[in-house]
Design a protein around this ligand. Sequence first.
Ligand code: PHE
Length: 346
Amino acid sequence: MSDIFAKVQEAIAAAEAETLANPEALEAFRIRFQGSKTVQGVLEQLMAEIRNVPNERKREFGQLVNTLKQLVEEKVRSTREAFESASAGSGGVQLDLSAPGEPLPLGSRHPVSLTLNRIVEIFTRMGFSVADGPEIEDDWHNFTAMNTPEDHPARDMQDTFYIVDAPGILLRTHTSPVQARVMENRKPPIRIIAPGRVFRNETISARSHAQFHQVEGLYIDRGVSFADMKQTLLYFAQEMFGAPKIRLRPSFFPFTEPSAEMDVWLGTDTEENYRLTKGTGWLEILGCGMVDPQVLLNCGIDPEEYSGFAFGMGIERQALRLFNIPDIRMLFDNDVRFLRQFAAVQ
Ligand code: PHE
């Protein structure tokens, strides 16, 4: 009879001594004492023995088994909790999915991107789509296809970054090679703008940099005229600068004939416009012209059937004007104190 009491005492000692190192050990412990559908647990087995206990000691026996029962329950509960919080993350921190997120510092668009986006938006509204080309170009697309003769000064080592080990390979000096690439691969009508980075071997100063960005435009179809170009560029100047008028001055580019420089009218009403336009009221924005028939021929388009216009403009100078930035180098310094100021600009 006292054997039965001893058995309970042994079970209590065993339950206390058990170390539950992992969830599998915990589960085995739980089934051993509390049982499962198929296994009778130690607690149930001991309780069944109560009929062999004399009536006057039944109460004492029940309390002893109850002690074991509570010990087992407490051990299962606390061990399970410890495992759960350990798997919820480092340091035992509980994962609360309803907690508000950590605030992430918001980036801002670069002033060059902001300016470019405005330009792209205006031309896409007129039906132009965006085209792309490589920054590392070959001589054919950058110069030869664009009707730039071998002895043209733009090919000079002063202006162009050549790759020493790869003759005929260079960093593109303008976005015009994208014109050639698009014309070689597509049939007119062609209506594209091509934004991108260009490189020139220039001394870096407040006004010029050895790398900058341009947007190229190209429109080829049957019967495209100089008047179409003028109207397209006037619309752009009105949308971009709120300029009431433009001025086309005769110019020269090897790939356009006739060629022009376009100025927009800013006026001299404000001190800033006076300074920017050097007192003339006119700000030079882009180069343009009718695509030279030789360029069309070079790129496999029949100049008897098709004509078109092209234009190209720098983006940085417009960004300086738009955001009143005094020095072009600030655009490439990557100083977050400078860049952060554009966070609110759309
Ligand atoms: N590629 C010329 C430049 O970089 C700009 C231009 C493009 C002029 C297209 C005419 C037509 O200066």
